[in-house]
Design a protein around this ligand. Sequence first.
Ligand code: ATP
Ligand code: MG
Length: 359
Amino acid sequence: MQTTLPQLAAPATDDAIFLLGLDGVIQSWSAGHVASWRPEEVIGCHFSIFHPNGDAEACAEILARAERDGRYAEEGWRRRKDGSPYWASVVITPLRDAAGALRGFAKVTRDLHERRRLEQERVQLVEAKEAIQTRDEFLSIVSHELKTPLTALQLQLQILRERLQGTDPQLAARADRALRSGTRLTDLVESLLDVSRIATGRFELNLESGDLAETVRIVGDRLSEAALRAGCVVAVTAVPVPLSFDKLRMEQAITNLLSNAFKYGAGAPVQLNVRAEATDAVLEVRDHGPGIKTADMERIFARFERGVSSRHYGGLGLGLYVTRQIIEGHGGTVTAENCPPTGARFAVRLPLRRKEELH
Ligand SMILES: Nc1ncnc2c1ncn2[C@@H]1O[C@H](COP(=O)(O)OP(=O)(O)OP(=O)(O)O)[C@@H](O)[C@H]1O
Ligand SMILES: [Mg+2]
């Protein structure tokens, strides 16, 4: 026997509260804005219209379980008026009269779509963070593990080269080439170590008083052979600029900029300039290579970002990233620009502050 069930007022929430007859036909409908149905569109229809595949058999099973267990609850996909699926919580309670006879069912459907989307986003964010952490740990372990045998290898090669120099100059030259490859490998491993130090907040600066021009000259001398091999004549103009800075890290930053100038501007002169300008120490490296595409100008300072194909130029895309970390760690800036008619200029600006003013 079917009973007429009362019409309910629309709830203030996102819930849809409605009554079903024994046969699953909707008898009343009061909803916030769940699934955008209006009462006249659903009353008189079987509640299977809310199910994505309109499965009447599954719906009958749901009602049977609600009757048998006294309650049916689930979370699952339901269908909006426009046919699109949404994630909902559904609770169905059997309604009995005073004599205990089943008269129908009350059903509450709650739209959980937004909540589920936010939850999924949160989970994805956590997973992405974990993946980044795993990568950083991997970088750290691999670079540490590579460093130890590399150092031993370099040491052996150095001894070999020294021994061969007097006896077999040709073999000594080969040992020298092997050493240079080893140095390149060590530099790459050091860059990877720096990336993991930066990622884990262990990238520290040891500030001491010094002269930026002197550091520039030290690096220039150290890289004179590399300049020769690249066919670059380096012109240094540097006036003394007293500064509080981390000498080793600054050497590393200058080395990165100069190595880039030799790599990308091979066969052409490179200018290195150090001067004081108002409140800043300024260091510029200018080459006459192909320059940098405007779209790449900022990107190249990011981790593993490169503006050239790895088929033409080797590298990890870390030199400028580490350089920027070093310079910004000193409270300074490093920027790139193109210089007509050709070539790039990298400018480092460091505030002429005392050590105790730096954090
Ligand atoms: N002097 C330059 N002239 C033209 N392009 C440059 C110059 N310096 C850097 N770039 C561009 O910026 C990118 C990033 O430079 P970065 O020094 O970070 O990495 P890399 O030189 O590719 O590799 P490595 O990690 O060995 O330094 C380069 O791949 C290149 O495209
Ligand atoms: Mg580089």
